[in-house]
Design a protein around this ligand. Structure first.
Ligand SMILES: Cc1cc2nc3c(=O)[nH]c(=O)nc-3n(C[C@H](O)[C@H](O)[C@H](O)COP(=O)(O)OP(=O)(O)OC[C@H]3O[C@@H](n4cnc5c(N)ncnc54)[C@H](O)[C@@H]3O)c2cc1C
Length: 384
């Protein structure tokens, strides 16, 4: 067993590292404070092919695996987690099409999604269906060779900038829970589609999360992604890109928090010596370092398992997502403490890491739900 990246993987990571240092870090705080969409940075990434990282080359993608994807998202999220978030919802929809879509969807949308000329978002959650997604009320009904969609979605990340959104809607009888939901590709310029309330959130300031209203939105039959009534299963069982992305974003923030705290501890002097010489601070940094390393290892393990098709129905991804998101929150919290009063201000990054990391204990399945998934693997399914 080897814990080494390949030469190509190192090059991919190093190139993004340079991009983050030169382009992202100088503007990240301002983008966050101004609630400003990082359009320019996303375009620069698109120009480097990053939006099609995991798409096959025949559709204009880079054809990389999940390990390369995780390395890219980790580095970007060290600079600005919102970048990893906008990419996540785009890649989830592109991957749904790639994995389950018909030839028409693949040929029409994937080349433009690989270049980010068509921007994607992902619409699953509803006001009354969060952790229990299968309780969704959004409905799609066949009408000739079209589907008519009615319903509402909540907190759909980057929806105001999206051209297409994969929307999950009920298409089968209630008795077939989990096998009565289909996925549709909905163009955001369709009649009856509206972006609703923009939520004022604790973090993820640079990318908006909004409600969607679908009032009689018609999409052609070919916009059904995958099998009718199996959309939910496609999303929960077939897509590891989202969970690996979340774990990678958290691993990146956990690492960024250690680096910021270390730099500060070396420089800041009290009682005539750098605070990094006090054992109280050194032990904090040691613990942060361990957490950042474990988060990184678990993230890369999940990505590697996904690449090799070894995943046990999401076990490794759940473990990586759960651990990394809590490590990111804890490291951000400790970094604030190490920076003292400065850590409590918006002149430094750790408060942003804390606000951004907290979301990832909730999004992409709450950590309680991931604990349930892991416990079910260990103990067998529970009766509740
Ligand atoms: C900023 C932001 C961006 C988002 N972006 C998107 C997006 O792009 N697309 C999308 O589809 N969704 C998105 N979401 C939705 C997100 O995935 C949901 O918020 C998440 O799945 C939790 O659902 P909920 O908020 O309804 O919480 P609830 O499901 O109501 O949960 C409330 C609490 O109950 C706990 N709980 C629920 N069920 C159980 C159980 N069985 N056992 C133990 N505890 C339980 C939860 O863990 C949580 O602590 C976003 C959310 C936010 C805040």
């Amino acid at each position: 067993m080897r814990f080494e990246l390949t030469e190509e993987q190192r090059q991919v990571r190093d190139a993004i590292q340079v991009f983050v240092e030169e382009e992202v870090e100088p503007v990240a705080r301002e983008l966050d404070r101004g609630h400003e969409y990082p359009a320019e940075l996303l375009q620069q990434l698109a120009d480097q092919g990053i939006m099609g990282t995991t798409l096959p080359q025949e559709y204009g993608g880079l054809g990389y695996g999940m390990v390369e994807y995780a390395l890219i998202i980790e580095e970007l999220s060290k600079g600005l987690m919102a970048l990893g978030s906008a990419i996540n919802v785009h890649v989830i929809t592109a991957s749904l099409i790639q994995k389950y879509g018909n030839d028409y969807l693949k040929e029409t949308y994937l080349p433009e999604m690989a270049t980010y000329d068509t921007v994607g978002a992902f619409g699953l959650t509803e006001p009354n269906a969060g952790s229990d997604n299968a309780a969704m009320e959004c409905q799609a009904e066949r009408d000739g060779d079209e589907w008519v969609i009615n319903g509402q979605k909540r907190w759909i990340t980057n929806s105001p900038n999206a051209d297409v959104i994969s929307v999950l809607a009920k298409t089968g009888p209630e008795s077939d829970r989990y096998h009565n939901i289909s996925a549709f590709l909905v163009p955001t310029d369709a009649d009856g589609f509206e972006i609703g309330k923009e939520w004022d959130t604790l973090g993820l300031n640079s990318v908006q999360s909004c409600d969607l209203h679908l009032n009689g939105v018609c999409v052609p039959e070919e916009h059904l992604i995958g099998e009718e009534n199996e959309g939910f299963m496609h999303v929960v069982q077939g897509l590891n890109v989202g969970r690996v992305n979340v774990a990678a974003r958290c691993s990146g923030m956990a690492r960024a928090a250690v680096e910021d705290a270390t730099a500060y501890a070396k420089e800041r002097e009290q009682f005539g010596q750098p605070i990094g010489d006090f054992q109280g601070i050194r032990w904090k940094i040691a613990e942060m370092e361990v957490k950042a390393d474990i988060a990184n290892l678990l993230t890369l393990r999940a990505a590697d398992f996904a690449d090799r098709g070894h995943g046990d129905k999401g076990r490794e991804e759940s473990i990586a997502k759960l651990y990394s998101s809590e490590a990111a929150v804890e490291n951000a919290h400790e970094a604030i403490q190490i920076l003292g009063g400065n850590g409590y201000t918006k002149e430094y990054n750790p408060e942003r890491y804390l606000r951004d990391a907290q979301l990832l204990t909730i999004g992409e399945g709450t950590n309680e739900i991931h604990r349930k998934i892991i416990a079910d693997r260990v103990l067998g399914p529970s009766s509740t």
